[in-house]
Design a protein around this ligand. Structure first.
Ligand SMILES: Nc1ncnc2c1ncn2[C@@H]1O[C@H](COP(=O)(O)OP(=O)(O)OP(=O)(O)O)[C@@H](O)[C@H]1O
Ligand SMILES: [Mg+2]
Length: 277
């Protein structure tokens, strides 16, 4: 399906950063070839906040992993700044569905890890940068704690700082706030929005929480059980989307309307599969 067919192609005047053309991914599962991502066409703009939703097993994580360069498309191509993506790179940071913290390192040492891989800076500078991002995600009081001592929300924050400290141009976030309590989630929504505005990075964010999708996104892409992008919704709701603004009747009505439209699209694309929406 062509991106132009959707009501959610890149906003005029924004610069294209990533483009997917005819992208499919097949895997062998139980001796059978399955198509997990199916002929996806999509452009993503610089500094865009794109959210991807869809039923479980619709290929969202696989989609992100291909942009990260961890998986290669079976057919089609993904370009970043005009160049075909051939593998992972320092310009992209991925936050996985599972935590990626090293259990034997404390928060500070985990966050420093990304910089150690990158090389080129002194130990003192690495520490200074790590502290800055730990502070940014609100974890200053837990720098010396090890992952086992952290709550789920703190682990998410530490993972976020670990990726942010490397200043990736593109942030790929796979359900980063899943299973967090709503208060922690709301705080992290404000933090990620602030970081995105400040660092001007491009975020591709997978979630099963449609409130989260509407709150954070510039556009919402819906994937269906066949691994296709069935529709893309543009989200023109003004920011900030929390606090006083969210209490305005007009804002609230538009918020709920968009969420309903996305929900209907997800349900339509879920087929007979169990759908968590
Ligand atoms: N390396 C692999 N080998 C074989 N099959 C795979 C592989 N990775 C993913 N799959 C299959 O591809 C399908 C899509 O998986 P994917 O993890 O991309 O879905 P998802 O949309 O992220 O699901 P969820 O919402 O549950 O996280 C699933 O059926 C999964 O079992
Ligand atoms: Mg997934």
């Amino acid at each position: 399906m062509s991106d132009e067919l959707h009501n959610g192609s890149i906003t005029a005047g924004r610069k294209k950063l990533i483009s997917l053309r005819g992208v499919s991914k097949n895997f062998r599962k139980n001796g059978k070839e399955i198509t997990v991502v199916n002929n996806c066409n999509l452009d993503i703009a610089e500094n865009e906040f794109l959210v991807i939703v869809g039923p479980t097993g619709s290929g969202k994580s696989t989609f992100l992993k291909m942009i990260a360069g961890f998986e290669a498309p079976t057919t089609g191509e993904i370009r970043l700044g005009g160049e075909i993506i051939k593998g992972p790179g320092a310009d992209r940071g991925m936050i996985f569905q599972e935590y990626a913290l090293l259990p034997w390192r404390n928060v500070l040492k985990n966050v420093e890890l990304g910089l150690e891989f990158k090389g080129g800076k002194s130990e003192a500078r690495n520490r200074e940068l790590a502290m800055k991002y730990i502070d940014m995600v609100g974890l200053s009081s837990a720098v010396n704690k090890h992952p086992v001592e952290l709550s789920g929300g703190m682990k998410r924050r530490a993972s976020l700082a670990m990726i942010l400290v490397t200043k990736p141009k593109i942030l790929l976030m796979d359900g980063p706030f899943n299973a967090l309590d709503s208060k922690t989630k709301m705080t992290l929504h404000e933090e990620i929005t602030r970081i995105w505005k400040h660092e001007r990075n491009t975020i591709i964010f997978v979630t099963s929480d449609l409130d989260e999708a509407v709150k954070l996104s510039d556009r919402i892409a819906v994937m269906n059980r066949a691994g296709q992008i069935s529709n893309i919704f543009r989200n023109d709701l003004p920011r900030p989307r929390t606090g006083k603004a969210a209490l305005e009747t007009d804002f609230h009505n538009r918020f709920v309307k968009l969420r309903e439209e996305v929900l209907n699209e997800v349900k339509a694309g879920a087929g007979k599969a169990v759908c968590e929406y």
